[in-house]
Design a protein around this ligand. Structure first.
Ligand code: NDP
Length: 294
């Protein structure tokens, strides 16, 4: 397949790109910075560089300013929103311009779609409330416009993607490097995680399965609480002291972001992927941490 990829230079892209190339796909990657083309992989800085008669089989849209990239000031929140909605709108407009629109669009979204809560949620549940939920709902709406082109659209609601060398794991693990085990707030908030290699595998699965469309929770089948995550890491790494971080401290340090991303959580189950026959390599946090920390 010839795949058009946005955000291919990010944490998920770093694992996805080599995997897609190994599978024999040809990639065109939209990036704001300059990169050297490699075999099977061409970089573009603007979607206008794609000719109208370019043959693109699939698009994968991962671009967006990091939610944890800076304090959530009004201007950074605008950047978080615009970097996703505008990129998605431009991507769909580009797909419309092509003589033959891509057959499938896999669009990133997030479990923030569901808002916060302790009850298990699946793709059958409605959007929740809050900045992240509103962002995800609007992002998914923008991507779903591609359906009018006859394109199959999969909305990939990623959980907290874990792997070594970046993403949330580095932040979670940092205190443990100094022998300090911790969780945030009361530790009862749900953390719906997923190993990065399962994200890559799920995207490949959705690419291949023409019958699948709509929302998919890309989260391991066994979410953990904040305290459960701490206990799981403690089993793999010796710690000297356990010192939970009070929610108020996180609020002072990070503002609104602390409530949205750290103090509250959501218990998300990957019902549609599982029912479609997708198997997670890392269903249990102990196995995932063992692989990451090996
Ligand atoms: P990263 O933050 O690592 O990378 C995203 C990419 O988006 C960057 O490589 C960059 O590409 C592009 N980008 C960054 N800022 C902007 C901007 N202001 N305007 C346009 N493009 C921008 O993301 P991940 O790989 O971790 O995640 C991919 C997607 O999945 C994201 O949209 C994220 O919100 C979503 N997601 C990720 C989760 C996770 O735990 N990682 C959890 C839930 C959802 P370049 O510099 O080449 O232009």
């Amino acid at each position: 397949m010839h795949i058009l990829l946005t955000g291919g230079t990010g944490f998920i892209g770093d694992a996805l790109v080599p995997s897609l190339l190994t599978q024999g796909h040809e990639l065109t990657i939209l990036s704001r910075s300059r990169h050297t083309d490699t075999e099977g992989c061409r970089y573009i800085r603007n979607l206008d560089e794609l000719a109208d008669d370019a043959h693109i089989d699939a698009a994968i849209n991962l671009a967006g300013a990091s939610l944890a990239g800076a304090r959530w000031t009004a201007s950074y929140k605008r950047e978080i929103v615009d970097s996703r909605l505008e990129t998605t709108r431009q991507l769909v407009a580009c797909m419309q311009r092509l003589q033959v629109p891509p057959g499938v669009l896999l669009n990133a979204s997030a479990i923030g779609y569901y808002g916060h809560g302790d009850q298990p949620v699946t793709e059958a549940d409605d959007a929740g409330e809050g900045f992240s939920a509103d962002l995800c709902r609007r992002w998914e709406e923008a991507a779903s416009h591609a359906e009018t082109l006859g394109t199959r659209v999969c909305l990939c609601r990623f959980g907290v993607v874990l792997d070594a060398g970046g993403g949330a794991f580095e932040e979670l693990f940092r205190p443990f490097r100094f022998g300090l085990a911790n969780w945030i707030g009361n530790g009862r908030q749900w953390l719906s995680w997923v190993h990065r290699s399962d994200v890559v595998a799920a995207l490949a699965f959705l690419l291949e399965h023409d019958e699948l469309s709509g929302p998919f929770n890309v989260t391991a089948p066994e979410p953990v609480t904040g305290r459960g995550m701490c206990d799981a890491i403690k089993q793999q790494r010796k710690t000297l002291i356990t010192a939970p971080v009070p929610a108020t401290v996180m609020r002072i340090m990070l503002g609104e972001m602390a409530d949205e991303l750290l103090i509250n959580g959501q218990k998300v189950l990957p019902q549609r992927l599982t029912n479609s026959g997708f198997t997670f390599s890392y269903a249990h946090i102990d196995d995932a941490l063992h692989a990451i920390l090996a």
